[in-house]
Write a protein that binds this ligand. Sequence first.
Ligand code: ACO
Length: 331
Amino acid sequence: MSLMERMREKARNNKKIIVLPEGEELRTVRAAALVAAEGLADPVLLGDPETIRRVAEEQGADIDGIPLVDPASSPKGEVYAETLYELRRQKGLSREEAGKLARDPMYYGILMVKLGEADGLVSGAVHTTGDMLRPALQIIKTRPGMKVVSSSFLMECPNKELGEDGLLVYADCVVMPCPTAEELAHIAVSAADTARNLCGIQEPRVAMLSFSTKGSAKHELVSKVQEATAIAHALAPDLLLDGELQLDAALVPEVGASKAKGSPVAGRANVLVFPDLQAGNIGYKLTQRIGGANAFAVLQGLARPCNDLSRGCSVEDIVNTITMTVVQAQS
Ligand code: ACO
């Protein structure tokens, strides 16, 4: 069974309400119809109901029974505006600005999740990563005990000898351009949680990646990864985590045995933590484009799940992201 087949089965067993702020967008409307028909989630589409119905008809999508909510005229707008004002007034947000923002579909959707009226949110077919992330960071904030929001890419590789039967978790490839050592340590712990809770990997083995293995090179960038490794050990003493490791030492048993003898992770890592966003973003795209892996992205560390799409996404990508959001909301 593929990763996504397993996720779909899990989602169906305990469906969740997922709000889609880009409810007038045609791929989103088709995806909503599909997840509802397949029993993967209970979607809510935000936007002008007349427009949404017209798009659905043009696309041949059956949206009967899917709630359509217009943030511009919703009676809940006032309550949402007040919630937003209370959350952000110390940051200088005025009541008037809060009133306007709460009518914006992205903010409205995020406030639905904050207030527990939806279990998760998916957007990004139209908006950029930052458009969704910034309000999510400001309103939903991080999970208790978690310092940063970051991302994991679930990489389903054709080579089943890699990672966990071909599955590898990469972090962070989307959010934090230049994490400090402490932030890197939190990213590592979050990625291990994602491996366990979302992918069903019972024993996450986390490699803190660098261009050096166990002091083979000396540089301030290497020292940062060494420091992050020490902090991560203190944060999660029972987690199998090691660093700093080069990619080959992390993945290839013979290289791991020669470069990092005795490491509990080297040669058998299933979670790869990249030192910064440039490395992570390039790394996942190399694995996807040259290595032929399937790549699925999720955000981690938020108090409630919100996930981002690429603007070039397909209907299937949206269905997959909604499915993963349901599974995240279950835990
Ligand atoms: N975790 C937790 N909180 C955070 C984080 C984080 N990673 N980053 C910012 N915050 C908080 C801030 O503390 C601030 O909180 P406050 O207002 O309550 O004090 C709030 O979020 C907003 O912070 P800003 O500084 O206004 O936001 P910033 O300009 O730093 O933007 C963002 C944050 C959007 C995540 C930014 O780091 C970013 O654009 N990252 C890169 C996204 C991207 O383009 N990715 C690559 C492409 S995606 C792909 O290829 C699949």
